[in-house]
Write a protein that binds this ligand. Structure first.
Ligand code: LIP
Length: 274
């Protein structure tokens, strides 16, 4: 058993993963069952096109209650407002529906994303596509999987042959800046895919369904589980200019692609304001 001594009591990432997988699977069932009613209960957050539904909130409540029933001393951070410090050293980071616009439109690309951190380091993560039931998971040092299949990322080594995922924020000025960057990336790669869920983008890159991924504007809950899955699949997951992945920029790619993509995004100041 690999234990993480920083927590009190020490925890086994595999045990955290088992709990996360069970809770996420049940949350995905709740999201599916709630969709019909949720479509009539939509409000917005940062902009009129940044939705949140009753299903987002119900799924977050469910996950938080289930996690704390099992581990009452843990901390939680959720996209829809769940935030509590814990005393165990373990914090759960949750996006109850990553890809909420896809959820609203019935596009089968939205996921429940749940990660466990110990003293700020993600040690276990699960991403589950609610519609297809595909589940990506990882523990730190334990590898990344879709189901039982080990993930190794893409073998692509040329940026001009790379299928690159990205996404866009909800704010108009941010989208103008992202479009400026996209206009320079699109001509020099194979193609772009905008799937609409950062968690699924990161897992897609881990599996090789995308050769690489970048996005500016990710929140901790978008990133937490998918970042671990991508890293455990052998991808480099970074920001720009030596920074960690985060709100300014996240780049996830195999080493052969990370260097040219990173260089391009730095040249475009892709992590700058806007
Ligand atoms: C989504 C992200 C995605 C981004 C979307 C949206 P949400 O998160 O996962 O990468 O491009 O604009 O922010 O809002 O569906 O939880």
């Amino acid at each position: 058993m690999v234990t993480v001594a920083a927590a009190d009591p020490p925890v086994d990432p595999a045990e955290l993963l088992t709990l996360a997988r069970d809770v996420v699977a049940r949350a995905a069932e709740l999201v599916t069952a709630a969709r019909a009613d949720a479509l009539g209960q939509v409000s917005t957050k940062s902009t009129p096109t940044d939705p949140v539904t009753a299903a987002d909130r119900a799924a977050e409540r469910f996950v938080v209650d289930a996690i704390l029933a099992a581990r009452p001393a843990d901390g939680v951070l959720g996209e829809e407002g769940a935030e509590r410090p814990g005393t165990s050293g373990v914090r759960w980071v949750l996006d109850p529906i990553d890809g909420t616009v896809n959820f609203l439109y019935g596009i089968p690309a939205y996921a429940v994303s749940l990660a466990a951190e110990v003293d700020g380091v993600t040690v276990a993560g699960v991403v589950r596509n609610v519609v297809t039931g595909e589940e990506w998971s990882a523990t730190r040092g334990g590898g990344a999987y879709r189901g039982e299949t080990r993930l190794r990322g893409s073998a692509c080594t040329r940026l001009d042959r790379a299928l690159v995922g990205t996404g866009f924020g909800y704010d108009a000025d941010r989208r103008r800046q992202q479009a400026r960057v996209l206009a320079e990336v699109l001509p020099v790669v194979r193609d772009i895919r905008r799937i609409g869920s950062a968690a699924l983008d990161l897992c897609g890159a881990a599996e090789g369904r995308l050769d690489a991924y970048y996005e500016r504007g990710l929140s901790p809950w978008d990133l937490a589980a998918g970042e671990l899955v991508a890293a455990e699949a052998g991808l480099l997951v970074t920001g720009l200019r030596g920074r960690p992945p985060g709100e300014a920029m996240t780049v996830a790619a195999p080493p052969a692609l990370h260097a040219p993509l990173h260089e391009l995004l730095v040249a475009l100041d892709a992590d700058e304001a806007g």
